[in-house]
Design a protein around this ligand. Sequence first.
Ligand SMILES: C[S@@+](CC[C@H](N)C(=O)[O-])C[C@H]1O[C@@H](n2cnc3c(N)ncnc32)[C@H](O)[C@@H]1O
Ligand SMILES: [Zn+2]
Length: 286
Amino acid sequence: MSPRDLGDDPLPPEIVRSLLCSVCGDPVGVTDRTVRCGRGHSFDVAKQGYVNLLHARIPAGTADTATMVAARVDLLASGAYLPLAEALAKVASEHIESGLIIDAGAGTGYYLAHVLDAVPAAYGLALDVSAVALRRAARAHARAGAAVWNLWEPWPVADSSASLILNVFAPRNAEQFHRVLTADGVLVVATPNPGHLQELGDLVISVDDGKDARLEEALGDRFGRVDRREVTQRVTLSPAQLRQVVEMGPSAHHLHRDGRRERLDAITEPVDVTTSFSVTLYRPVP
Ligand SMILES: C[S@@+](CC[C@H](N)C(=O)[O-])C[C@H]1O[C@@H](n2cnc3c(N)ncnc32)[C@H](O)[C@@H]1O
Ligand SMILES: [Zn+2]
């Protein structure tokens, strides 16, 4: 994987071409590490390499915190979720050869970087509301750029500009997915299965069985499912990795309940767990 050198253009030009001003919707260009449109709206590129296109406050608690991001960086670096990254990379390389990949809710850009490695002529845009996570995503790959954005608002991205949208454990805005994907584009969604981390009981928020139906419902009649693959592995997690797994996601907000923090801290031996994900492919319905 070739990380991005921030001495380069702050955002690859192939990505800037697809970005729109988030105030007026006009195309943008980059000069002096500033993204601006012809009407003079401008957005700074942070020294860490991401651009903040937000101009409205986002609800508190929406973005991943620095603690969650740090836990996710460590857990992902250990390779515990590598099989999922490899499955996503394989699916992407089977379906596209080039174009723009948008990772909606990209976090640190870990999965996007793997996918870009598998599709050498593609570029990647990481969208996420967490600036802390995007500091990582901006450096995750030489062909990636990162922008702070709230996925529930209309995206500052041109119509029919993406050949693939990646969505890994993140919010799904079906209307925007459909608008920005090309007619022959593909949406790749990763979700945890009901058996995921089942050995950890209530230390992780359980995945309910209705999630599948809700996913399809959220995508409505805009997308049709064309393929689904399951990625299930047994992995041994060290006590430190167990803490990272819990602290990197929404379960972190529930650790104060029912003695969970104490039970997690009491684990001193490695634990074998099941990781289980679904990778589902959708095509836009015309
Ligand atoms: C569980 S994390 C997954 C991150 C990444 N896909 C991964 O698996 O490593 C969910 C991500 O969605 C982002 N997120 C949550 N709500 C969002 C919103 N409304 N707009 C943009 N990003 C959002 C969070 O900041 C976080 O990075
Ligand atoms: Zn503008």
